[in-house]
Design a binder for this molecule. Structure first.
Ligand code: AR6
Length: 175
């Protein structure tokens, strides 16, 4: 059991498909049938079994999350969540993005996940401003960890040095 919350949250610059964790999170769309960005990378690394498994689920609403095996990925599970498309911020985007993190973490708990990696959900094709999205991600993860003693590591997996610096700054501010 690790109750030191700051040491449980880390940032990393990496392709999330290369990481060996209990679970990685996918920034999917409501069909769960794959796409570009991190979703495309996860599907190609996991192999066609992932698409078959996603087809059986039959979709996922924005803000919700679903879990599948990781198939050929080094990580055991993929947690698919659907972030909101950014429409300027007055269309429930912050609440929906927060739900993505909360629902993904709740699924992780149900499946005894000890280590999880999150990409920066919604900040690519869906255009959510990166700093605002990272603030929500950090807030939700910290809040979850305050009431959890099982999850050992949460990694914010960034696709560029600049993205990682955004998370680092927010984590250092302690908000
Ligand atoms: N590893 C880690 N992060 C990555 C990787 C990777 N391999 N590839 C991209 N990113 P996006 P969204 C970062 O567009 O905005 C898809 O078509 C990327 O730099 O993947 O939620 C889905 O099917 C960015 O910071 O997801 C949906 O239709 C972050 O991942 C739609 O895009 C998210 O960018 C979802 O859009």
């Amino acid at each position: 059991m690790n109750t030191n919350n700051s040491s449980r949250v880390t940032t990393k610059e990496a392709d999330i498909t290369t990481l060996k964790l209990d679970a990685i999170v996918n920034a999917a769309n409501e069909t769960l049938l794959g796409g570009g960005g991190v979703d495309g990378a996860i599907h190609s690394a996991a192999g066609p079994e992932l698409l078959e498994s996603c087809k059986k689920i039959g979709g996922c609403l924005t803000g919700e999350a679903r879990i599948t095996p990781g198939f050929r990925l080094p990580s055991r599970f993929v947690i698919h969540t659907v972030g909101p498309v950014w429409h300027g911020g007055n269309d429930s985007e912050p609440e929906l993005l927060a739900s993505c993190y909360r629902n993904s973490l709740a699924l992780a708990r149900q499946h005894q996940v000890r280590s999880i990696g999150f990409p920066s959900i919604s900040t690519g094709v869906y255009r959510y401003p990166k700093k605002e999205a990272a603030r929500i991600a950090v807030r939700e993860v910290k809040h979850f960890l305050e009431n959890d003693s099982e999850l050992e590591t949460v990694q914010f997996v960034c696709f560029s040095k600049t993205d990682r610096e955004i998370y680092q700054e927010i984590l250092e501010q302690g908000i």
